[in-house]
Design a protein around this ligand. Structure first.
Ligand code: ZN
Length: 139
């Protein structure tokens, strides 16, 4: 990509000059390649501004928070594997989302579910599959 020569008149009116270079960066953790903006900024590890992590990876490493949304279930899983409505046999990670039932493993809700399982306050106690992406049923 050709760099546009900086023009002082543009820079004066630029509200956010640190994030508008328009150069793509690649997250060293998730390998997402994108142009940083104020929603998904880029956090350099050190002196090289091209080596670092995206906002999501920085947040999840800094705070132990997984920022992924729950995953769509494979077809027919809610009954055969997740065992919906089967009390303690029901998978604890089965969650309800806007599009229906979803798998909460590897998502923002996994940590809270595991904490409630450890406390014994989950009615559903199953750990019925491996979660995304393979959803391998537990035996
Ligand atoms: Zn990342």
């Amino acid at each position: 990509m050709n760099r546009i020569h900086h023009n002082k008149e543009i820079l004066v009116t630029d509200q956010n000059p640190t994030s508008t270079s328009g150069e793509e960066v690649t997250c060293r953790v998730c390998h997402a390649t994108y142009v940083p903006d104020f929603i998904n900024d880029f956090y350099a590890d050190g002196a090289d501004p091209k080596v670092g992590r995206c906002e999501r990876c920085m947040m999840s490493e800094a705070f132990g928070v997984n920022t992924k949304s729950p995953h769509a279930l494979p077809k027919d899983y809610e009954n055969s594997v997740c065992k919906i409505g089967k009390g303690a046999a029901t998978c604890a990670f089965l969650t309800m989302g806007a599009g229906g039932f979803q798998c909460g493993k590897d998502s923002t809700v996994e940590k809270a579910i595991r904490e409630r399982l450890a406390e014994g306050t989950m009615r559903s106690k199953g750990d019925n599959c491996s979660g995304a992406p393979n959803f391998t049923p537990s035996t």
